[in-house]
Design a protein around this ligand. Structure first.
Ligand SMILES: [Zn+2]
Length: 179
């Protein structure tokens, strides 16, 4: 059965997968990341398998938090707090990348698209300053520096947590230590 609907396709695949793999379906990865590190990086599809491979990390070594533009201000920060206090993380890597979709994001065009798709203008107004709400930025390296600075000074993050910022080039796999 081949369906054009992705949800139907994944449900179908999942059934076949479990039948085929049997006992292999049991997860063998640790709940607590082996290297005690949380990686805060962008949700960009280009930063998944390639990033882990290029850093010499295996699945289970790190907690990976992926957000648009590797930003984690406001309420999203709770994932890092949980990683530190419940999942034994003691190091944080913030990893940005070139050609990020969040760099120079035009919030006016985005707003127009939201309204055209039926989002109530009032709901958008309630977000306040949209550039701030979307955490847009001009330069991905500066954004990493700002994020590391914010985390190092954050009152909810203990001072003994090691925090560093990097830039990962998805085209060359080069990792640069920024701060
Ligand atoms: Zn990005």
């Amino acid at each position: 059965m081949e369906s054009n609907n992705l949800f139907e396709r994944v449900m179908h695949f999942n059934k076949l997968y479990r039948e085929r793999e049997g006992e292999q379906c049991k997860c063998c990865l640790p709940k607590y990341p082996r290297e005690k590190v949380a990686i805060l990086t962008c949700m960009d599809t280009r930063l998944t398998l390639q990033l882990e491979k290029a850093l010499g990390l295996d699945r289970g070594d790190a907690i990976e938090l992926k957000t648009a533009g590797n930003n984690m201000r406001g309420q999203e920060l709770r994932s890092l707090i949980v990683a530190i206090f419940a999942l034994k993380v003691d190091k944080i890597m913030v990893i940005g990348h070139p050609d990020c979709g969040m760099a120079n994001l035009d919030v006016e065009i985005l707003t127009e698209k939201m309204i055209a798709r039926g989002v109530e203008p009032k709901a958008i107004e309630e977000l306040g300053d949209l550039k701030e709400w979307f955490e847009t930025f001009c330069d991905s390296k500066d954004n990493v520096i700002d994020m590391v600075d914010l985390l190092k000074k954050h009152p909810l993050i203990p001072r003994d947590i090691e925090i560093a910022g990097f830039n990962f080039n998805q085209d060359t796999s080069e990792l640069i230590h920024i701060c």
